[in-house]
Design a protein. Structure first.
Length: 461
């Protein structure tokens, strides 16, 4: 059967172009993209090509779709290294014939926002907006319940432009259009919530080219803001849920101990007793050894089952609060660190720590453990200080080391590549309890990791 003239060659040419683009992106970001990402992007591009096979200008649409999905998979890398991102985008423009604004529109309006902690995902998206648009800075604003302006996040060279960005956001949220000055922005309407404002400052010569990117970024920003609202709404409820889960896990642990573990232990005792009772009765039997050996096998299986149940009971218990108070467990952590490194961290504990809830204690201890692990494995520090302070309004922790330090942004990129969020994951847990985490470091050190949790009504839960 004959083929439609030109179509096989066109598809072959498109496939080759997709391969070249994949290689270009991998070369520039310095890593191999996952097979799943490439296959997903290729399948989407091929479906688009089939649907537009008779249309003019099919190839640019197909290539833009493909490139956008690849770039979305390395969004953290692009956000962290603006110079490299600009170089990559310029090469993609030359390879595809598609300008950066069109590419940016595709990258900034993904079907699903990146699976990162919400505030980091917002910052990454703002950084991509800066990179593709050529503006100096972008920022996101909303309103506090009392009507005061709230700065949510920013990217780029924001500090010199903070005041004009603030004024532009205020005008957008007050519905005072158009904005005056070298700023552009878009008002993001929210259902049953005050609106938000996405602002770009330090516009390039062709300022009108920024508007399409703002419009493309707005829906994703809205989704992320709604996610933030969902996670932060009714912090008291979240805290109650977390405490409830921990109580349920404790109950499960006791139920395992008092029920199945005891039953298995009794079964093992019965098997041993049965073997001892049976042994003299079958001494003369030729199959005595086989029968007793089979009983030994059964006993070994029961012992293994008992071990599984014990491990299960341990797994549903916090690895921190197995016994003793926060100070006791912290002391054990410090001793273990000293045994491995040859020096002990100093500790300063202020205030009444006994009133902290289990969730707060677990979160603080997990943060300290993560910090100590990173110090031991990476920092080459010779001194570490841990300080915990509690008062009527909050509890705070600070871990300081004199090691070689690091670039927090670059470290986040490497962790995201490897699927390990580490301290970023702990940052999210702190945020779930209504708190904030901060990492201050630079190459050469020192490094200070701090977190603050608000007091909970009642405490101790």
């Amino acid at each position: 059967m004959g083929e439609i003239a030109g179509i096989p060659n066109k598809r072959q040419s498109t496939a080759q172009a997709l391969d070249r683009l994949t290689g270009l992106v991998e070369e520039m970001v310095g890593q191999a993209l996952s097979g799943r990402t490439i296959e997903s992007a290729r399948a989407r591009a091929q479906a688009l090509e089939r649907g537009l096979v008779s249309s003019e200008g099919t190839t640019p649409l197909v290539l833009a779709s493909f490139v956008a999905e690849l770039l979305g998979s390395v969004a953290v890398d692009l956000a962290a290294d603006r110079a490299r991102a600009n170089e990559l985008i310029s090469k993609l423009e030359a390879e595809t014939g598609i300008d950066r604004i069109a590419l940016g529109r595709e990258v900034l309006r993904p079907a699903q926002p990146p699976q990162l902690p919400t505030d980091i995902a917002i910052e990454v998206h703002l950084a991509l907006l800066v990179t593709f648009s050529g503006v100096s800075a972008s920022s996101l604003w909303s309103l506090w319940p009392n009507g005061e302006l709230r700065h949510v996040s920013h990217a780029g060279e924001f500090e010199p432009l903070a005041q004009p960005a603030r004024e532009a956001a205020r005008a957008l949220l007050a519905d005072e259009l158009p904005i005056a000055g070298p700023e552009a922005g878009i008002r993001i309407e929210r259902l049953r919530e005050p609106p938000a404002a996405l602002v770009a400052c330090g516009l390039p010569d062709q300022a009108d080219r920024v508007a399409p990117l703002l419009e493309a970024a707005a829906p994703t920003i809205l989704t992320l803001l709604d996610r933030e609202l969902l996670l932060s709404r009714d912090e008291g409820s979240e805290q109650t849920v977390m405490s409830s889960v921990e109580r349920r896990l404790a109950r499960l642990r006791f139920d395992l101990h008092d029920g199945p573990q005891q039953d298995v232990h009794l079964l093992a005792q019965d098997l041993r007793l049965f073997r001892e009772q049976l042994r003299p009765m079958i001494t003369a039997d030729a199959n005595a050894d086989r029968l007793l050996g089979r009983l030994d096998d059964l006993e070994a299986q029961v012992v293994a089952l008992d071990g599984d149940l014990r491990r299960l009971a341990t797994s549903v218990q916090s690895p921190f609060l197995q016994s003793g108070s926060l100070t006791d467990v912290l002391g054990q952590m410090v001793d273990a660190f000293a045994a491995r490194t040859g020096f002990a961290p100093t500790m300063q504990l202020d205030g009444d720590l006994s009133r902290l809830s289990d969730s707060q204690q677990i979160t603080l201890l997990a943060l300290i453990r993560e910090a100590l692990t990173n110090i031991r494995e990476h920092s080459e520090a010779s001194a570490v200080a841990i300080a915990i302070s509690s008062d009527a309004r909050s509890v705070s922790v600070q871990i300081t080391d004199d090691g070689r330090g690091f670039d927090p942004e670059a470290t986040l990129v490497r962790a995201a590549r490897a699927g390990r969020l580490g301290l970023v994951g702990m940052h999210e847990r702190v945020r779930m309890l209504g708190g904030r985490t901060q990492i201050d470091s630079r190459p050469g050190g020192p490094t200070v990791i701090s977190a603050t949790l608000p007091s909970w009504p009642g405490g101790g839960g």
